[in-house]
Each structure stands twice: as structure tokens, then as C-alpha cells.
Design a protein around this ligand. Structure first.
Ligand SMILES: [Zn+2]
Length: 392
């Protein structure tokens, strides 16, 4: 198996709990990649020989971003709705139906090519693991084919038939469909099941029924909750022992206590608040209560059409008072935890060789230089997928 040694890494973020500090930083570091995995991590001075040698020239390397929340399978364009929102109209869950019509009308080939383009866009910005949800099909056929498309690009596929109740059906009938024939068609293509638990979408009892049915079909649950209003979604996620509950913008003291007690990860999606001019979640309150936080993009055509984890990280630092270290950890190691993955988000022997070379001496530049394209090279599963990493 071919080996590559990357030397001269000015600052290596490992997220390895065996090393010091939250990020397990190593200065003047080297990493050996063997096949798809990391084989060795340590100081450049001690680096073993390898088939290929790459010199990072003092630049920083971080683990690839793990984006644990995205809605990439869709067609159509909602920039006009964004414009309307920016001129004063509020965001509501109903806009999802616009995308549903366009997605149903698109061919499989169109959906595949669109998702492929977005995944490539993410990769070029350092995202090496992405979760992709369905949720713009809302029929048995269209949800199943949305998931089949998503599965071409990731193992982390999520059935979100319960995104919104489509036109022409009642909530009761639709929940029956989601928990019955739609789940049966979706389950072979999905690892997760999700529900948009919110006013205008699904209530707590409906969410419980859908998550329970999903679990009975072998899908693990995750939940959109407490994005637009206070409600019981976060507590339901904690009660059911879900790995992650996403948004968590409007939280009562009881919600925070439940998160802290249950260990369910709160996935914060600050790109949404940025793109909808809503108040940001209170990350400091959660961290102070011992709640584990992940950051993700929520890349979707309605409420947040960014694929940039670096932007989310910068927002988390600037607007949510997370430290740069907490934000990067949340966008990598905690993103992995939110997907119940221990093979990504960490740079240590045996882990996936998902590495991002920054055109910067330190990870701090991700938040310090918002909006600047700092990703100079990407290895995904040991394979160089961006940049010219064999020069050195
Ligand atoms: Zn979402």
C-alpha cells in the first residue's frame, strides 16, 4: 500500500483526546497516510520515510469538516424568496413546498448532477464528510429516489419525509403515509430518520410516532427542533436518546437541562440565523451547562444556501461567542459524534485520512479571515481531491 508523509505542518489540529487541549495541537508536525487511513502522527523531526513526501511549508492542517446536516437533494431556485425575506417578509416552513414541486419535476439525472455539484463545492471548502437528507419529494417515489441519489455521495443519508405536510393531504393521513409505505421505500437507502418538529410542520406527538416507526425499521433518529419557537422537540429528542437534535435556537431552562442530562448533541446551524435574520442560539449557555455542541451548515435552498463550514465557524465565533477552538472542534470532531462516527473528525493513527491544508499558519485564520478561501489542499480517504499536494 502506498504511503505519503506530509511534513512541515506549522500547526496540526488532531482533535485527539490523548493530546493536550481541546484541539490536540501539534507544532511542526508530520502525518503519514497509508492507503485510506492515517498511519502516524508526530513531530516532523521524527517522521518516518514514505513513498511520497509532501511539504506543507509551515501551513496548518485540520481534520476535514464533518457537516452533519444538509438538504442537498432538490431542484429549483429560491433566490427571489431570499430577496423578499431581505425586504421584510418572515421565514416560514411553507416555502419548502416551492422546492417540492421543482424536485418532483426533476429527472434522476438532474438531481444527481445537482447534488454532485454541491458535494464538490463542499469538498473544495474542506468538507470531507456530509450528511444528506431527503425531504423535498414528500411522495413514496420521490422520497425513495431522493435518498437513492443521496446514497451515491454519502453513507450518511437521512429520510426526512416528515419535512412538511404536502398540499392535498391531511396531517393525519400524511403521518400514516410517512410511517407506512414511504418509510418502507426509504429505509433501504437511509441510515437516519428525521422530522421537522415545529409550528407549521409536525408536532411532538407526530414526531414521536415517526421516529419510533423509523427506529422499528432500523433507522436511527435525529430531529429538527426549537428553530422558530419554543416547544417540546428538544425534550423529545433527549427522552428518545437521539444522537443529535438540530437548531436549538429557542430553549427553555428545562430544554438545556435535558440536553445536559441526556448527552444528546445540540447541532447549531448559525448559517440559518444569518440567512433569515433570526436571533442566534445561545451557544455559551449550552457549553456552560455541559451540553455538547456540533456545528453544521444546514445547506438548503430555503433558509440557508451556504455550503461553507468556514462561514458557520466564523459566525459561531463572532455571533455565538464560541472560542475559535470550540467552533473548529464542533465543526469536525463533534460533527462526527453527531453522526455516531468515530473514524472521522480526528487525526490519529487508524482514522480516515481526511485532511485539509489551509493557506494559513493557524486554524485561527478560519474565523479571523471570514469569507476568504483558505483551503489550499484536501485529502479525502487518503486521496488528494484538491490542490497539488504531491509537490514538496
Ligand atoms: Zn435542516
Amino acid at each position: 500500500m502506498s504511503t505519503t508523509v506530509i511534513t512541515g505542518i506549522g500547526e496540526l489540529v488532531t482533535n485527539d483526546p490523548a493530546r493536550e487541549g481541546l484541539l490536540g495541537l501539534v507544532a511542526d508536525a508530520a502525518v503519514v497516510v497509508e492507503g485510506t487511513r492515517i498511519a502516524w502522527v508526530g513531530p516532523t523531526a521524527d517522521a518516518p520515510a514514505a513513498d511520497v513526501r509532501v511539504d506543507a511549508g509551515g501551513r496548518a492542517i485540520i481534520p476535514g469538516f464533518v457537516d452533519s446536516h444538509s438538504h442537498l437533494v432538490f431542484a429549483g431556485d429560491r433566490s427571489a424568496e431570499f430577496e423578499a425575506r431581505m425586504t421584510g417578509e418572515p421565514y416560514t416552513a411553507g416555502g419548502i413546498r416551492t422546492t417540492v414541486a421543482a424536485t418532483r419535476a426533476a429527472s434522476d439525472e438532474q438531481l444527481l448532477s445537482h447534488v454532485g455539484r454541491l458535494v464538490a463545492e463542499m469538498r473544495s471548502q474542506g468538507t470531507t464528510t456530509v450528511e444528506i437528507k431527503s425531504g423535498y419529494g414528500l411522495s413514496v417515489l420521490d422520497e425513495a429516489r431522493s435518498l437513492a441519489v443521496a446514497a451515491q455521495f454519502t453513507d450518511e443519508t437521512t429520510f426526512l419525509g416528515a419535512h412538511v405536510v404536502p398540499a392535498g393531504t391531511t396531517p393525519e393521513d400524511y403521518v400514516d403515509l410517512v410511517t407506512g409505505p414511504m418509510l418502507a421505500a426509504a429505509a433501504p437507502h437511509a441510515r437516519w430518520i428525521d422530522v421537522f418538529c415545529e409550528d407549521g410542520a409536525f408536532d411532538v406527538d407526530q414526531a414521536r410516532a415517526i421516529l419510533t416507526a423509523g427506529s422499528d425499521s432500523g433507522l436511527r433518529g435525529r430531529l429538527h427542533a426549537n428553530q422558530l419557537t419554543y416547544g417540546g422537540g428538544v425534550r423529545l429528542a433527549c427522552e428518545l436518546g437521539l444522537v443529535a437534535v438540530d437548531h436549538c435556537t429557542y430553549l427553555s431552562d428545562l430544554d438545556v437541562e435535558s440536553l445536559s442530562d441526556s448527552g444528546t448533541i445540540a447541532t447549531l446551524l448559525p448559517g440559518v440565523e444569518f440567512s433569515t435574520r433570526q436571533p442566534y442560539p445561545d451557544a455559551r449557555r449550552l457549553l456552560d451547562a455541559g451540553v455538547r455542541i456540533a456545528l453544521a451548515s444546514d445547506c438548503n435552498p430555503g433558509s440557508c444556501f451556504t455550503s461553507s463550514m468556514a462561514l458557520c465557524l466564523a459566525l459561531a465565533v463572532r455571533e455565538m461567542r464560541m472560542t475559535p477552538a470550540e467552533a473548529l472542534h464542533a465543526a469536525t470532531a463533534m460533527g462526527a459524534a453527531a453522526l455516531a462516527r468515530d473514524d472521522v473528525g480526528v487525526v490519529a493513527p487508524g482514522k480516515a485520512a481526511d485532511l485539509v491544508l489551509l493557506d494559513a499558519p493557524s486554524y485561527l485564520h478560519l474565523a479571523y479571515r471570514p469569507g476568504v478561501p483558505l483551503v489550499a489542499g484536501v485529502w479525502q480517504g487518503g486521496r488528494p481531491v484538491l490542490g497539488t499536494p504531491t509537490l514538496g
